[in-house]
Design a protein. Structure first.
Length: 375
């Protein structure tokens, strides 16, 4: 049995939901630039990606089966409805947003605003139908350990003595009901030094029970393939509980603060011709992430919060969160993935992120590091 009720999960997810500082979502400003100063995509409900997307079997599989038309004819494939995603059972499957195997950034920018500006039969525009959204994944430390061992077949003894940094005093004990509130952001397109359709990013807020209440300990923000963490006292937050997240232009990496010269970036790959070729170790990309300068032009935005199904107890049949199970089980790529998985393209979804999803405590406390800007 879970130690938290569904109602408690929803209340905590709302209470600690992030506030986002983004470059403006305005077509006339032009598509994102690495150095900022232009427009950008905002994290909206994932149904926006499904609006015109099609489900493809994968580039190499299409060629292997002699169906080259699948690569270039968007209408030759089934639409990416939630039901079709639920039926998908192959990691080579991919959601194509634009049709071709190599996305066109300008086409993506134009299509994005076509969707946002188009009205449906009831007169609602895409901005109304696909609101600014974050998806909350909530679990305790005890639930995370069980989930990780069950789904990853990983023994967490290797993390012994390494957990709890820097959110606990030296010698302090972690608690089974320590809580991770993981917020996921879904973007239509990544337009940075490398490009790809769709983009999944996240932050995680960590809480500890103090009597009958919860106290925030700190947070970890994802930055490309890495993550940085801070104590709660060192995080900018609004109304005491809402952490402020600075979103980088085009890449949508999450940062704790604005710095004029931009943030360093590392990737497990080499960027060539706007494609990222994977390698087995991380290197400095030579590119920087630029986030908006806080102020009237970039006010903090409040997203709606969609709470994902309880990791232990199945939500009731009438709970609207059940619909998320259909896309959460999709193991393919959210976006075109050129030449299979040898070249980075559309990302995999949150539930396929391994330790980061199943045990955000272990990922944050061992795989990430204190924010270099202040520690």
């Amino acid at each position: 049995m879970s130690t938290l009720t569904w109602e408690e999960r929803v209340e905590l997810a709302q209470r600690y939901a992030p506030r986002l500082i983004l470059f403006p979502e305005r077509k006339e400003l032009g598509k994102p630039r690495i150095e900022g100063g232009a427009g950008d995509y905002h994290p909206r409900s994932l149904e926006l990606l499904l609006e015109r997307g099609r489900l493809f079997p994968g580039t190499l599989r299409s060629l292997g089966q002699g169906h080259i038309e699948w690569l270039f004819n968007q209408n030759s494939r089934p639409p990416t409805t939630l039901d079709n995603l639920a039926k998908s059972d192959n990691t080579s499957h991919q959601i194509r947003l634009l049709g071709g195997p190599i996305p066109n950034p300008q086409q993506a920018w134009n299509t994005y605003f076509d969707i946002l500006d188009q009205s449906d039969a009831t007169g609602r525009t895409g901005r109304d139908r696909f609101p600014l959204t974050v998806y909350a994944h909530i679990l305790t430390r005890e639930e995370a350990v069980k989930a990780g061992e069950a789904n990853l077949k990983v023994e967490f003894a290797e993390y012994e003595g390494k957990v709890g940094r820097p959110f606990y005093q030296p010698g302090g004990q972690t608690q089974p009901d320590d809580l991770a509130l993981q917020y996921w952001f879904c973007y239509y397109f990544d337009d940075w030094a490398n490009i790809h359709e769709a983009d999944w990013e996240s932050i995680t807020v960590f809480l500890r029970r103090q009597g009958s209440t919860w106290a925030p300990l700190g947070a970890t923000y994802s930055e490309h393939e890495n993550g940085a963490r801070r104590h709660w006292a060192d995080i900018e937050h609004l109304e005491d509980t809402h952490p402020v997240v600075y979103i980088a232009s085009g890449s949508h990496a999450s940062y704790f603060q604005y710095i004029p010269d931009g943030h360093n970036t590392e990737l497990s790959g080499v960027i060539f011709g706007q494609l990222k070729f994977k390698i087995g170790f991380k290197i400095n990309t030579g590119n920087r992430d630029f986030v908006p300068e806080p102020g009237a032009q970039h006010p903090p935005l409040t997203p709606q919060v969609e709470v994902l199904p309880d990791p232990i107890d199945m939500v009731s049949a009438d709970n609207p969160a059940r619909r998320h199970l259909k896309w959460m089980g999709f193991k393919g790529s959210w976006g075109a993935r050129e030449l299979g998985r040898f070249i980075a393209g559309g990302p995999i979804g949150p539930t396929c992120k391994g330790v980061k999803w199943f045990n955000p405590f272990a990922w944050s406390e061992v795989e990430c590091w204190p924010d270099y800007l202040i520690y």
